[in-house]
Structure formats: C-alpha cells, structure tokens
Design a binder for this molecule. Structure first.
Ligand code: NAD
Length: 553
C-alpha cells in the first residue's frame, strides 16, 4: 500500500515528536505511524546511546542526570533539524524546558496519555523497568505521573490510551492529526517587547498549554465578567489545572459600569488579598471592558504584572486586546484613567464567538470595516465580499476577519506604540470615533448604543464630512453607506427614534480627550484606505453636516 501523506497540521518540518511515560507504547505506535506515513521511525534514546557509545544507564551512572539531559537536548536538537520522521522521546525529555522550546519551534508534539493502572499493566507485560524496581512500582509511577502530566499537557495533541489495540490507538492518532490545525499567529513586534496573537478554534480549552511557556510563574489570576464566566470559564480553568497552573478568579458584573474607579478598587483589593507576587500573571477573559479593566489592574498592581488577553467578543479580538491600551472611565469621561501595558500573549478563540449575540458581532465588525477604510482598501473589499458571513458567525470567516484586522492593528501599533506620531499613526484608529464618542456621551453610556454601533455611524459621518470638505469622492461615501446598510448596520441618525441636538454633540466633541490647544482632532479620508488626521476642520462645517444629517439645532 502506498504511504499516506503526513497531515499538514504536523507542520512544515514533517517531524512528529511522541512523548509520554515508559510503557505507554511510543515505540509500537511510532513504528506503525512511520510505516503508514512512509517516513523513518527514530528512537531518541537509541540515538543518544549511539552518540555516547554506551547505554543510558551507564551515562547516568558515570556522569549523572544533568549530563544526560544536556546530551539528550543536543541529540533532539540535531534530529529536529533533520528530515521528516516520527521521533519517540524518553519519558523525561519533555520535562526539559529547552527541549520543549526546540520541539515547539520545529515540530509537532503528541502526548500518549494513559492512567497509572494501564501503564503498570503494560510495563509489567514487557518485563518491568529498572526505575520501577527501586520501590513500590505503583507508588513510583503515581509520583512520576503527578510530576510529569502537567508538563506533558503542553503538547500540541493529546491522545488518551486505554485498553484498545495498537491499530485502534494508531487510528485515533491519525484522526487527531488530520483534524489538527495550529492556530494562526500574528506577531506584534514593538521596540522593547514582542508577543503573538494566536487565532483559532477552541484555544481556551488548551490555554494552559499555549500560555505555560510564557508565564514567569505557574500562577495566574483570571479577571472575567459574570456572563463570560458562565459560558467559558470552566474550560479555561480545566486547561490551567491540566497544565499545573494555579488559578484564582475575580469576576465583575458584565458591562461598561465595571470600568469604574469603584470596580477597579474592588478588583485591586481582592487581587492583593490573594497574596500575589511579581510573577503572577493577570489573565483577562472577556470583552473589551474586562480587557481594559484587567489590563489597567495589571499595569498598576505591584508596579506592573504580566498580562494575558483572552478576548471573547469580536470587538476585543479585532481591536482592544491588541496594542496595550488599558484603562477605566472617570466620572468626567470615558477612558480618562489608563496606561499602556502590553500583554505577553493574546489568545483569540474563534469558538468563543459562537455564544456572542449578533448585535455584539455587528459592533465588533464595525471596527474591521474601519481598519479597511483607514489604510487597507483590500480589507474593505474583503468586507464587502464576506461581511455577511462574519455577521452570521461563519467560523472560517470569523478567523479570517480576526486575522486580517489583527495584522492591520499590529502594524499600526508597531509603528506608533504610544500614539506619539505627529501625523497618522495610532491616532488614525480613531476614524469615526470623534462622532462615536459624542453619541455615546450624549446617550450616557446606558447600553442603548454599543461602542461599535456608535463607530458604525461615525464611519458614515467621517466619510460624509470628508466629502463635504471636498477631500473624498462621493462615490466612496456611497460605497461605505451601501456596505453598512446592506448588513443592516447603523449608518446615520435614522437609527434613532428621537433626533439628536447638533449643539449637544458639538459640546461633547469639544470635551474629547483628543483635544489639543483647543482644537478638535478629526480623522478624515481622501478615499477608502486613505485616512489622515486633521485639526483644521471648521466647526461650522461639522454643524452643517449634523443638521443636514437630521440633527436638531
Ligand atoms: P464588553 O466587554 O462589555 O462585552 C459586551 C457584552 O458581551 C458583555 O455583556 C459581555 O459580558 C458579553 N460577552 C463577552 N464575551 C461574550 C461571549 N463570548 N458570548 C456571550 N457574551 C459575551 O464590550 P466590548 O464591545 O467587547 O468592549 C467595549 C469596551 O472596549 C469599551 O469599554 C471600549 O472603550 C473598549 N475598547 C478598548 C480599546 C483599547 O484599545 N483598549 C479599543 C476599543 C474599545
């Protein structure tokens, strides 16, 4: 029979590394997989013995465990740079952090997991092992399992082995490999910091494995809101328990009210009462509200704690979780208290979006359209072709959309990390926001208008203002409006039953925190994909626009 192709999920190196306890069947399963995929089977222990010219027991006896691990690391590194193979490793190899790092970089890891009684039966059936002869085998095996399983759980794939035949086990491995999809990665590279945004389905269930390599200490505090906690916290906590990460939880009420000084004080007090240390990582599980609040807590507790974002709304996956802006609202305005504090990792789990109400998806989608309008006409055209799929919650379209928007945001943030550019830069991300903030402020942030809905209207108004100023072609305004309206998104004041007062909106604009020297900053367009910032917009023109759009005086 011709060999089957190695599933693409294994990655470009074509190397599959088998990990697991003695006796679990790495050699038997590995040899059979190698046969199926037509690639060599390599036993790392045999390679080490060959390289050293003596047995592993002799290496241990003569040079000790440290020297053995160093040799093992060297041999595995060499094999990982070689041709495709199925590579079985000794039970202790994966416990070495550097070996894990190398495998993660170059190969796909698969853990054959079995309970202690199955391992003991299998080892016994093969004449026992010297390690187990040093005392009570069950006690020794249980102790090793307790130490190793939380670290084995960082493998890319986990296969549970029980009493099935080798063929059944091999088939399960084949199935798992064919379904394996490594998450998409968007790198965010800043002057003094680098992190990745991982995007893909069901990342929360394996969050412990994804995050463990980045955590300074296997201890986290999850900050979430009550709604998200009910939907997604259990699988996050399971994944932390599986990988031996100690996790405490602080839950706040869902909604913008939680970005308050009062809530900040409560979360900070609870956090400090937990006796956290400098290496404890704050994990934000939720939408932009939780991300902004938890991020600001992380920025300020003990003068800065490591921080991870697990965004669960479309808005937070495409916008707020990337870029390091954190903050809370002051009685006098939104986001007025804050800090730049970059995360060490972002996990954007597309499966989490399945529970998100459509209205929230629309709000997040407006930020994607915004990204295209700023400087990525291809992204805008992609939105025109696939926007309906995104709003319908199509999983592939959501992953695509999140990736495209994160690539865009990562580039903007990398070029202007702290919004200091004189022209363009991060300030462009405020396209539509001068109008959006005025609308939100006028409605008192009471939930009638979501932030993304306000941005959607703001996109229309910013484009209309650009046309009125003779900067953008009217055809682009028609294109923006056609897209928003086709998807039943808010695109003007006709979204509301009662008219807004132009004077009230202008007053809110003049209190915007982006004001400088008394001038309001607007992001304008020369066309779709050509945004720029301006402080020279005559307020009379803005007033005329608002009146023409249906506002009262
Ligand atoms: P949100 O965090 O309030 O979430 C919206 C609602 O959806 C909440 O009730 C929440 O409990 C619920 N929810 C979250 N995930 C869910 C899921 N998977 N399934 C079901 N329900 C879920 O709002 P948001 O729109 O994500 O974020 C808005 C906030 O983000 C605003 O405060 C805004 O200022 C901020 N923001 C920050 C940045 C930044 O760069 N830091 C950028 C844009 C917006």
């Amino acid at each position: 029979m011709p060999a089957a192709a190695l599933p693409s999920g294994v990655g470009p190196s074509g190397i599959l590394v088998l990990i697991g306890m003695m006796g679990v069947g790495k050699t038997t399963v590995g040899r059979r997989l190698a046969q199926i995929y037509g690639i060599p089977f390599v036993d790392a222990d045999a390679e080490i013995e060959r390289a050293a010219g003596c047995t592993i027991s002799e290496i241990f006896a003569r040079h000790g465990e440290n020297a053995f691990r160093a040799g093992e690391r060297r041999v595995i590194k060499r094999l990982l740079q070689g041709p495709p193979c199925i590579l079985a490793t000794g039970g202790g190899a994966w416990m070495d952090a550097e070996t894990r790092r190398l495998v993660r970089m170059h190969a796909c890891s698969l853990w054959l997991r079995a309970p202690v009684h199955v391992l003991l039966k299998r080892v016994h059936g093969r004449g026992g092992r010297p390690l187990l002869a040093q005392g009570d085998p069950k006690e020794i095996m249980s102790r090793l399992v307790g130490l190793r399983y939380p670290v084995y759980a960082e493998a890319d794939v986990i296969i549970d082995c029980g009493d099935e035949t080798v063929e059944q086990g091999v088939r399960r491995v084949q199935e798992a490999l064919s379904e394996l999809q490594k998450p998409l990665t968007v790198p965010v590279t800043l002057a003094s910091h680098h992190y990745d945004v991982l995007i893909g389905p069901d990342l929360i269930s394996r969050a412990g494995a994804w995050l463990a390599p980045h955590l300074p200490q296997k201890r986290v505090v999850v900050v979430t809101d009550n709604i998200v906690a009910e939907l997604h916290l259990p699988r996050l906590l399971n994944s932390f328990a599986e990988t031996g990460i100690q996790a405490d939880v602080i839950a706040v009420a869902g909604g913008e009210e939680s970005k308050s000084l009062t809530c900040y004080a409560q979360v900070m007090t609870q956090l400090l009462e937990l006796g956290i240390e400098r290496g404890t990582t704050i994990v934000a599980l939720g939408g932009g509200v939780v991300g902004d609040l938890a991020g600001f807590v992380a920025a300020t507790a003990l003068r800065g704690l490591p921080f991870v974002q697990i965004p669960t709304t479309l808005l937070s996956q495409v916008d707020s979780s990337v870029g390091g802006k954190t903050g809370i609202n002051a009685p006098s305005g939104k986001n007025l208290i804050g800090a730049f504090h970059q995360p060490i990792a972002v996990l954007a789990d597309s499966s989490a979006l399945a529970t998100l109400p459509r209205r929230q998806r629309i709000a997040g989608y407006a930020e994607i359209v915004k990204s295209g309008m700023i400087s990525d006409p291809e992204l805008f055209a992609w939105c025109e072709a696939h926007g309906a799929d995104v709003l319908d919650g199509d999983p592939a379209a959501l992953v695509d959309a999140v990736q495209k928007a994160c690539v865009f945001k990562a580039a903007v943030v990398a070029a202007d990390e702290r919004e200091q550019a004189k022209q363009g830069g991060r300030a462009l991300l405020n396209l539509g926001h001068t109008f959006a903030h005025a609308l939100e402020a006028e409605l008192g942030y009471d939930g009638r208008l979501l932030h993304g809905e306000a941005v959607s209207i703001g996109l229309h108004l910013a484009t209309a203002l650009s046309v009125r100023l003779g900067l953008a072609p009217v055809a682009d305004l028609e294109r923006v409006d056609a897209h928003l309206r086709k998807l039943a998104m808010p695109a003007g004041f006709d979204w509301f039953e009662t008219p807004f007062s132009a004077a009230a909106l202008l007053a809110h604009m003049s209190h915007d925190k982006k004001m400088r020297d008394g001038l309001i900053s607007f992001v304008l367009l020369r066309g779709i994909g050509q945004a720029f910032t301006s402080r020279n917009v005559p307020m009379d023109t803005v007033r005329e626009l608002l009146l023409d759009e249906g506002c009262s005086g």
